[in-house]
Design a protein around this ligand. Structure first.
Ligand code: NAD
Length: 432
C-alpha cells in the first residue's frame, strides 16, 4: 500500500488518511442525511469519497538562509454544485486526513446554505506563530504557485481559516494574478476591502449566527428581546455575535475567552466590553462583572448558549449539566453528535454549525460575485442579502426536522444531501 510520511516522521498509508476522526464524523453525517431522505446508495457512495487530493511540497528560504520544506494540501471534495470553495489552514496538526474531513464539511455546508459551490479545503502543516512575516509570505506564495494550476475563480476559491488572514489572501491573490498576467481578484475571498474584499465580511459569521437565533425565537413564538445569553469565546465569531445580540435587546449575562469567563445577571454592556478588551486583551476583569470559569459558563441556566470557541466542549461527559434551552453553534462542532441526540430528546433546540456559522461563507460568496462584476455593494446590502440566504437555509432545515421528526443537525444533513443528490442525478455519471 502507498505510504507517506507525516511531520512527526511516522508513516501512514493513503487509506489511513481516510480514517481521520474529522472525516469519519463527516461520513457519519452524510450517511445519516442520506438515510432520512432515502437517498440512492450510489449517490451516497460517491459523496463518501473526495474527488481529488493534491499534496505539494513547499520549500521556503528561511530568514537564516536555510531552506525548510513544508507539506501543503488542497482537497477538492465535490464540484457538483459549482467551483470548489473552502479555507486554507496553517497549523502544525494539519495532515491530509484532516483536510479531507474539512473539505467534506465544506461540501455539506455550501450545499445546505444553497450556494453555487462545491466543497474544498487546503492547508500547510506548519506552526505559523514560529514564522517571520517574510517567511510566511514566501511560504504562502510558493504554496499558491504549487496549487496554481488547480485553483481559479471558476475552479477553486480558497479563503482564510485558522492561522491565515486577509493579508494571507492578499498574497495568494497577488501570486496567482502575477502568474496569470492580470489581476484575478476572485481567485480567493476574505481579502482586504482595498483589493476586492467585501464590506461586512469581518462580522458576517457572528451576524449570521444572530440572524438564525432571531429566526429560531420567531419559530418558537418567543422574542429574543430580554432573553438571556451566554457566549463562549470572544474572538471574531463570539464578540460579533455578542454585539449583534446585545444591539437587538438580548441580555448577554456571560461571555468568556481563553483566560476565563465573566458574569452579570443584569446583562453585560457589550459595547463597553469590546472597548475594554481592546486595551486589556481579555474579558476578565471587566467592571461590574464576577469571574466564572469556562465550564461554569456552559452550565448556566440561560435561554440561549452560543459556544463560539472550540470543538467538542459539550459531550456525553458534561451534557447532563446543560441547562440552556437553545444552543446555537457559532464554532465548528462544539456539541458532539451523541450529546446532540441526548439534548434533543430533552427538548433542547440546537442550531447546527453548518447553518449557524454559515454567514462567513455566504459573504465570501458575495465577495466573489462582486469581484466578478467589479461592482461593490454597501454594507446594508450585504447584510440584508446575508439575512435572506441564512434564514432560508434555516427554514428549510426546520421544515425537514418537523417533517421527518429528527433533530436540526440531522435535518441540515438531509437538506444538504438532498440538494447534492438532485444535482448529481441531473448531471449523471461521466462516462456512463
Ligand atoms: P478566534 O481565534 O477569533 O477566537 C477564538 C476565541 O475563543 C478567543 O476569544 C479565544 O480566547 C477563545 N478561546 C480559546 N480557547 C478557549 C477556551 N479553552 N475556552 C474558552 N474560550 C477559548 O476564532 P474565531 O474566528 O472566532 O472562530 C471560533 C470558532 O468558530 C472556530 O471553531 C472556527 O472554526 C469557527 N468558525 C469561524 C468562522 C469565522 O468566520 N471566523 C466561520 C465559521 C466557523
Amino acid at each position: 500500500m502507498e505510504k507517506s510520511k507525516q511531520q512527526d516522521g511516522h508513516e501512514i498509508s493513503s487509506e489511513e488518511h481516510l480514517r481521520h476522526p474529522l472525516f469519519l464524523n463527516a461520513l457519519q453525517s452524510i450517511e445519516e442525511g442520506g438515510k432520512i431522505i432515502k437517498a440512492d446508495p450510489n449517490i451516497v457512495a460517491r459523496l463518501k469519497r473526495p474527488k481529488r487530493c493534491i499534496i505539494v511540497s513547499v520549500p521556503v528560504r528561511m530568514d537564516d538562509y536555510n531552506v525548510k520544506v513544508f507539506s501543503g494540501y488542497r482537497v477538492q471534495y465535490n464540484s457538483t454544485l459549482g467551483p470548489y470553495k473552502g479555507g486554507v489552514r496553517y497549523h502544525q496538526d494539519v495532515c491530509l486526513g484532516e483536510v479531507v474531513g474539512l473539505a467534506a464539511l465544506m461540501m455539506i455546508k455550501n450545499s445546505v446554505m444553497g450556494l453555487p459551490y462545491g466543497g474544498g479545503k487546503g492547508g500547510i502543516s506548519v506552526d505559523p506563530t514560529k514564522l517571520s512575516r517574510t517567511e510566511k509570505q514566501n511560504m504562502t506564495r510558493r504554496y499558491t504557485s504549487e496549487i496554481g494550476p488547480f485553483i481559479g475563480p471558476n475552479k477553486d476559491i480558497p479563503a482564510p481559516d485558522v492561522g491565515t488572514d486577509p493579508q494571507t489572501m492578499a498574497w495568494m491573490m497577488d501570486t496567482y494574478s502575477q502568474e496569470q498576467g492580470y489581476t484575478q481578484s476572485g481567485v480567493v475571498t476574505g481579502k482586504p476591502v482595498e483589493i476586492g474584499g467585501s464590506l461586512g465580511r469581518n462580522g458576517a459569521t457572528g451576524l449570521g449566527a444572530v440572524y438564525v437565533t432571531e429566526r429560531t425565537y420567531e419559530k418558537i413564538g418567543k422574542s429574543m428581546k430580554g432573553a438571556t445569553f451566554a457566549i463562549q469565546g470572544f474572538g471574531n465569531v463570539g464578540s460579533h455575535a455578542a454585539l449583534y445580540a446585545f444591539e437587538r435587546g438580548a441580555k448577554v449575562v456571560s461571555v468568556s475567552d481563553v483566560n476565563g469567563g465573566i458574569f452579570n445577571g443584569d446583562g453585560l454592556n457589550i459595547k463597553e466590553l469590546i472597548e475594554f478588551v481592546k486595551t486589556n486583551k481579555t474579558v476578565v476583569g471587566f467592571p461590574k462583572s464576577q469571574k466564572i470559569s469556562n465550564e461554569e459558563l456552559l452550565f448556566l441556566d440561560v435561554d440561549t448558549l452560543m459556544p463560539c470557541a472550540l470543538e467538542a466542549v459539550i459531550d456525553t461527559h458534561n451534557v447532563d449539566k446543560i441547562k440552556a434551552r437553545m444552543i446555537v453553534e457559532g464554532a465548528n462542532g462544539p456539541v458532539t453528535n451523541d450529546a446532540t441526540k441526548i439534548l434533543h430528546s430533552k427538548g433542547v433546540l440546537i442550531v447546527p454549525d453548518v447553518i449557524a456559522n454559515g454567514g462567513g461563507v455566504v459573504v465570501s460568496y458575495f465577495e466573489w460575485v462582486q469581484d466578478s462584476m467589479s461592482f461593490f455593494w454597501d454594507e446594508d446590502e450585504v447584510n440584508n442579502r446575508l439575512k435572506s440566504i441564512i434564514v432560508k437555509a434555516f427554514d428549510k432545515a426546520y421544515l425537514m426536522a418537523k417533517e421527518k421528526n429528527v433533530d436540526m443537525r440531522q435535518a441540515a444533513m438531509a437538506v444538504s444531501v438532498d440538494r447534492l443528490q438532485k444535482a448529481m442525478l441531473l448531471r449523471g455519471l461521466y462516462p456512463r
